[in-house]
Design a binder for this molecule. Structure first.
Ligand code: ADP
Ligand code: MG
Length: 305
């Protein structure tokens, strides 16, 4: 019975009006808006692997939602709801209260409902969230659309979370614990960006996925990388390691033609964006410093390293 009292106490807040049936039945019910495609993704966070064991439960709740909304945003879609599969080593009410509050805080900020899930016991704290969203038929922005001559653009700043992981307690820790999914920016790129990805495993590796899927190359100007003040102060090699190979940014990286970039800027996006490079013929990523070739060897985060 513990399972049901956990669900009732912590995971049974009312859904938004767009949900026909939420938590409490065998499945949830949603009505697809006319002419929209379902966009769906899942992401699992394992304690000690994806976040330090002593991470505040409120932050774990926020982040487990945010990383999924970031994947929805990276398709250009609007998030609508999430499901939560929760595996707990024990029942800790203080932990559950703070965790569920963090989860709902992120849901509320982005207009998303928790509509169902599963609750089990297991030796490891594991959180698996599935997110659902909608996008007009044919409007999703894939990784495979980058064209030679497109600009490479990134949102926010990169490397903050990786820096914070090495400097726990630093002001940038909020960027590690409370990533901001770029939902509004992602949707504003519909019909404008040619390809898009969200950066979870480091900019170099994730941009590499776009290049591979699009069968193109890119040059990236190191001096253009958007960095927080704390990172700007570091030696070149160290700051570029954080910015290019650090994980957990949850910023958007997209490609866009120069004409569409002008249209985007006329819309005055609230989220800061920076042009960091250009799509070229060929394959792979070439780094430049002040316009000159600059060789760097970085790897992103490897889940099975
Ligand atoms: P079933 O046995 O039919 O799979 P459960 O007893 O697991 O159903 O769950 C009861 C209800 O609570 C379902 O609507 C399910 O989606 C929901 N639920 C279970 N765990 C969670 C959770 N961690 N967060 C949100 N909803 C949950
Ligand atoms: Mg069940």
């Amino acid at each position: 019975m513990a399972e049901f009292s956990i669900i009732d106490s912590y995971f049974n807040r009312p859904s938004l009006a767009s949900v026909d049936l939420g938590v409490g039945d065998d499945s949830a019910l949603l009505t697809p808006p006319p002419n929209q495609q379902l966009v769906i993704c899942a992401d699992t966070l394992v304690a000690g692997r994806h976040f330090p064991l002593d991470t505040a439960p409120h932050a774990i709740g926020w982040k487990s939602v945010a990383v999924n909304l970031s994947d929805i945003a990276a398709m250009g879609a609007k998030p609508q709801s999430i499901l939560l599969a929760l595996s707990l080593p024990q029942i800790d009410h203080d932990w559950l209260k703070a965790f569920s509050q963090g989860l709902y805080d992120c849901c509320d900020q982005f207009g998303v409902s928790l509509i169902g899930g599963d609750t089990t016991q297991s030796p490891h704290l594991t959180l698996s969230v599935t997110a659902l969203g909608w996008i007009e038929q044919g409007k999703a922005i894939p990784r495979s659309g980058a064209q030679v001559g497109d600009l490479v653009v990134v949102s926010g700043t990169v490397g903050d979370a990786a820096y914070a992981l090495q400097h726990l307690g630093h002001a940038l820790q909020s960027r590690l614990d409370y990533p901001t999914p770029r939902c509004e920016l992602g949707q504003s790129l519909q019909g404008l960006a040619s390809s898009m990805i969200d950066i979870s495993d480091g900019l170099a590796q994730d941009l590499g996925h776009i290049l591979k899927a699009s069968q193109v190359g890119a040059t990236l100007e190191l001096e253009q990388l958007p960095l927080s003040e704390s990172l700007q102060r570091l030696q070149d090699h160290e700051k570029w390691q954080y910015a290019l190979a650090g994980g957990d940014d949850y910023e958007l990286c997209f490609t866009i033609s120069p004409q569409n970039y002008d249209i985007l800027m006329q819309k005055k996006p609230i989220t800061p964006i920076t042009i960091i490079g250009q799509i070229t013929q060929g394959t792979g990523l070439i780094f430049e410093k002040n316009g000159l070739n600059h060789s760097l060897q970085f790897d992103g985060y490897q889940h099975f390293a």
